[in-house]
Design a protein around this ligand. Structure first.
Ligand code: NAP
Length: 299
């Protein structure tokens, strides 16, 4: 049952640069309807030059909170009044709670990524090796979780290596026991690093709608069956990167579960309600169906 929009309806939403294909409004409005909460979750397209005005506007509009997505997760952290400890260490936020006109920043990608990897998968990360493609806000969250779980060696490959170097500099101080190395996405050692790794993670948007044929891996790269290949992209469900991994016999994971787990945590921060596991499982199924429907609609 839906709550009707009225004079007391609260505003929540997602601020991003290109959010035409986001399924966060679908997830959050499902949760709001299920728990009969008088809020509506809206997509809020914001251009880079208007980001400060948009974030400040949240106070004026008395919004309850927003998610922050690509490409603003790192930029928005400077605009917060308070930042939760792990979000501060990560240097990126994906959730803002507005309380008494104060902006509080959180990073629920951390819990989203961790749960998506650990729940239902018997994955032991301690002592493992990981290769990360990308060094943006999501990569920061992923690398942070891997470090806290005891991954011993992380190779970051990014188009702009200096951004990876910044992550290395900060994280090496927090996690001296983890060896972090940074390379250009075009570096010839990518194949060698992939041959040695346990986890290969795409944290770039390459392969997401509408450019579904894009692959973050250069053409000549070969994958193998010992890998776990994780793509943070959730739509399409099977990116070119995951198709390539599957053909090599690797275990594959897409971003669907992460999206649901991070959404559930943001929902909790805004409402104080922790959705039960059966609701979370239902949301994952609904999201998977929705992704399938969008694929049909877009083809
Ligand atoms: P971001 O902060 O803007 O970072 C994007 C990263 O991708 C940067 O490292 C960037 O490299 C790289 N990149 C972008 N375009 C590229 C291109 N054409 N060629 C090579 N590299 C390119 O974005 P983000 O917030 O980290 O998000 C990254 C992806 O993760 C998005 O697809 C997002 O939807 C997904 N994500 C999914 C979930 C989930 O719950 N499933 C959660 C968070 C994010 P440069 O540093 O060189 O610019």
């Amino acid at each position: 049952m839906k709550k009707e929009i009225n004079g007391e309806t609260g505003i929540v939403g997602i601020i991003g640069g290109n959010i035409n294909y986001t399924l966060s409004p679908f997830l959050h409005n499902q949760l709001l309807d299920y728990y009969l909460i008088n809020n509506r979750y809206l997509p809020l397209h914001v251009s880079e030059g208007r980001l400060v005005a948009a974030i400040e506007g949240l106070r004026a509009l008395n919004a309850k909170g927003v998610n922050i997505t690509i490409p603003f997760k790192e930029k928005t952290i400077e605009m917060m009044d308070t930042i939760e400890y792990s979000a501060f260490r990560v240097g990126a936020i994906n959730t803002i709670v507005i309380k008494d006109k104060l902006l509080l920043g959180f990073n629920t990608d951390l819990i989203g990524f961790k749960r998506s990897l650990m729940r239902g998968n018997e994955i032991e990360l301690k002592g493992k090796r990981a290769v990360i493609l990308g060094a943006g806000g999501a990569a920061r969250a992923v690398i942070y979780v891997l470090c806290t779980e005891g991954v011993k060696n992380i190779s970051i490959f990014n188009r702009t290596p200096v951004k990876g170097e910044r992550i290395k500099k900060t994280y090496q101080g927090f996690f001296p026991e983890c060896c972090i190395q940074v390379f250009s996405l075009k570096d010839s050692c990518l194949q060698e690093k992939i041959n040695q790794t346990d986890l290969l993670i795409n944290a770039t948007p390459l392969g997401s709608y509408p450019n579904i044929d894009f692959n973050p891996l250069p053409d000549n790269i070969l994958l193998n069956h010992r890998l776990i290949a994780y793509d943070l992209i959730y739509s399409p469900a099977k990116t070119a990167f995951l198709k390539q991994a599957e053909q090599s016999g690797a275990k594959t994971v897409n971003g669907c579960k992460m999206l649901v787990y991070q959404a559930v945590e943001s929902f909790y921060l805004w409402t104080g309600i922790k959705p039960e596991e059966k609701i979370v499982r239902q949301l994952i199924r609904q999201l998977q169906d929705k992704v399938q429907q969008s694929k049909i609609a877009l083809n």
